[in-house]
Design a protein around this ligand. Sequence first.
Ligand code: SAM
Ligand code: DTB
Ligand code: SF4
Length: 353
Amino acid sequence: MTAPNPAALGVIRHDWALPEVQALFALPLLDLLLHAQRVHREHHAPNTVQMSTLLSIKTGACPEDCAYCPQSVRYETGLEREALMEVAAVRERARRAKAAGATRFCMGAAYRSPKARELEVIAAMIREVRALGLQTCATLGMLTAEQARELKAAGLDYYNHNLDTSPEYYGEIITTRTYQDRLDTLEAVRAADLKVCCGGIVGMGESPADRAMLLLTLANLPEHPESVPINQLVAVEGTPLAGSAPLDPFEFVRAIAVARLLMPRAHVRLSAGRADMSDEMQALCFMAGANSVFYGEKLLTTGNPDVERDRRLFERLGLTAEALEGEAHAPQQPAPGEECACAHSRAHAETAA
Ligand code: SAM
Ligand code: DTB
Ligand code: SF4
């Protein structure tokens, strides 16, 4: 292992070697947190967290065999299938997400890859969500270069497509598409000038070296993803990974910190798994450089902390919701009866008065 040179941390690089990344993981936890928080503050405003709300716009019956996923048609998870939603219904959910304080709306579909007709409907959804003043994100499976351009033309800001795990462990988790398929989609997304949201899942029985390789692979992409979701496995009954042994929470925190150090400018998202995390664990993740969360009581099909719990947590930690570039926070007052989750509630009340 190569001992890290603290002065060199925070430099944008795309040539990480495995022993260097493993050496970061091996640091005493408090040293790792200190380095990560220092690098975080060199590149980001402290104490602000970007808030994305997810919506499953097409649920279940997916032909892929991702071993973690409750939406695969191959596993009996008791999930109810739902066809592609109506555009108006998606618009309404986005409106509510914005009123609650989200700045990005991410539409997820259980597809291997979208068909032309489906993409047309999704393009209409993107136009509507964008017109509300939200950033748009979609995660629809594999895309061709042409499909990525179509989404860009509709006004899509971000495309989420995860590497999920290391190239070495990948075959244990998914057999119906290759790692290279994922890299090809990421290339098509970049070529269409979309921003990239790409991360993975930890806690799937992978080794520490696999976690290091996942983060190394992300960091050594030609450009760092703008958003890096780090998901903790949500072990869903009926999926092959249902019985997975939970990961040591400090190993999760380390993964966040190393992601921060390897991709200093990215928004590192503390993603799936928050519903099972204590407030203290989440605080450690923010200390480690996480500055984005999924916000709203549901992820795609599983639970997330409810808005009230997040609002209280943010207030207790002194965190505020990151505003969209060029906008003061929360350009719209929350609608009557809809409370903004940010720690600015008092400021809203004062502005409204
Ligand atoms: N079907 C598309 C695809 O796979 O690219 C888009 C939706 S898929 C649900 C998006 C991502 O959610 C997956 O790549 C995976 O990283 C994450 N995910 C799915 N199920 C999960 C689970 N049980 N725990 C943690 N993350 C999960
Ligand atoms: C990502 O990295 N995590 C989100 C989003 N991108 C699409 C999905 C998490 C899904 C967790 C399981 C579920 O709710 O179905
Ligand atoms: Fe389908 Fe995506 Fe779930 Fe894999 S992760 S089974 S591709 S919905």
